[in-house]
Design a protein around this ligand. Structure first.
Ligand code: ASP
Length: 345
């Protein structure tokens, strides 16, 4: 070994010692996976929430989170995690999605859902479906087995049948709780001089509710999914933001994954989910800055109420809302949080 290679070797050793002492690891350690879920911003008001109901919601959020976290911990994809978690929430009658969906003005159920893969920017969405048991599964089929992004009504159902999805009668989605809310909404509407605007004047838990999930997997892929029965007493084929890619749902690797809940009309007009991504991507805002600006400034200025769940590519989590509460939870290795009312994560 000559003089130069010896001094090179010494320098290299000094570098290794320096790294181990001062830790040259990047400052932002990205967690191996992260998941966040919501069960809607239309919570039962704090004063009407009984301890039993609160416990039932927290238990449901915990079980949904367990399911999604297991998929991610075992190396599953963000896409599978968001689909399966939302499917679980659709099957739980506590939430306004799938079984337990709100009633339309005519006493039926019309379900909307969407899903997006941040890796490929592929997306699938369905609107106004009445007999597909799990609309989120149909949305994923649209994404993966059709050349389209958004299918609605009967056509969407025929496509689901073609792909062997489970169907149920429309009344299978009925629950007593939602029937009561519908009856109250009809009564309020009868007293409402602005006929047809009745559902806008209900209390939050009567109007709202949606489920959603965002995830970051071990391969750095982001995904988002949202599913809802929409607004109680809706009519005329009304669709909200939940099945609209860019309004209720968006995911883009390297930036963020978002699922929204709230007054769909305002979320569509503000393109909320994509606005959050665009603020980060083109405006250099952080996940928190972007979400707070939309939920606490832009939407309230228009009169819109609701919230969103979001993750960025570094595994940061932000779950802002401007309503009284939002059923929500998140998990990453070694930590998790489940909340309804408090406005911190
Ligand atoms: N955004 C949904 C809709 O407008 C409702 C909700 O999230 O509560 O259909």
């Amino acid at each position: 070994m000559n003089r130069y290679s010896i001094s090179g070797f010494v320098l290299f050793c000094q570098y290794l010692i320096f790294c181990s002492v001062f830790s040259c690891k990047p400052k932002t350690d990205v967690p191996p996976y992260v998941i966040a879920i919501h069960g809607g911003a239309g919570t039962i008001g704090k004063k009407n929430m009984t301890p039993e109901r609160e416990e039932a919601y927290k238990q449901a959020l915990t079980e949904a989170l367990d399911l999604g976290e297991k998929i991610l911990a075992e190396g599953g994809s963000a896409l599978d995690a968001v689909e399966k978690t939302v499917e679980w929430l659709e099957n739980n009658p506590l939430f306004n999605a799938g079984k337990g969906a709100v009633f339309t003005h005519e006493g039926t159920h019309e379900l909307d859902a969407s899903i997006m893969d941040g890796k490929t920017l592929a997306a699938g969405a369905v609107g106004g479906v009445r007999t597909i048991r799990n609309p989120i599964k149909l949305a994923r089929k649209v994404m993966e087995n059709s050349p389209h992004v958004f299918l609605a009504g009967r056509g969407a159902e025929s496509f689901g049948l073609l792909h062997g999805l489970d169907t149920v009668s429309n009344s299978w989605f009925d629950t007593e709780h939602r029937r009561d809310s519908w009856q109250k909404a009809l009564e309020n509407e009868r007293q409402d001089s602005l006929h047809g605007q009745g559902y806008l004047n209900q209390s939050d838990d009567i109007r709202f509710g949606t489920v959603g999930c965002v995830a970051l997997d071990r391969n750095g892929n982001l995904a988002a999914a949202t599913s809802t029965g929409g607004m109680t007493n809706k009519r005329w084929g009304r669709l909200g933001d939940s099945p609209v890619i860019g309004a209720g749902t968006y995911a883009e690797n390297g930036v963020a994954a978002v699922s929204c809940t709230g007054d769909g009309e305002y979320f569509i007009r503000s393109a909320v989910a994509y606005d959050l991504v665009a603020r980060m991507k083109y405006g250099g805002q952080s996940l928190k800055q972007a979400g707070d600006a939309i939920i606490h400034q832009k939407l309230p200025a228009m009169g819109g109420m609701g919230g969103l769940i979001s993750l960025d590519a570094q595994g940061n989590i932000h779950l802002p809302f401007n309503s009284e509460g939002m059923y929500r939870a998140w998990a990453k290795p070694g930590s998790r949080s489940i909340n309804i009312f408090e406005s911190f994560n």
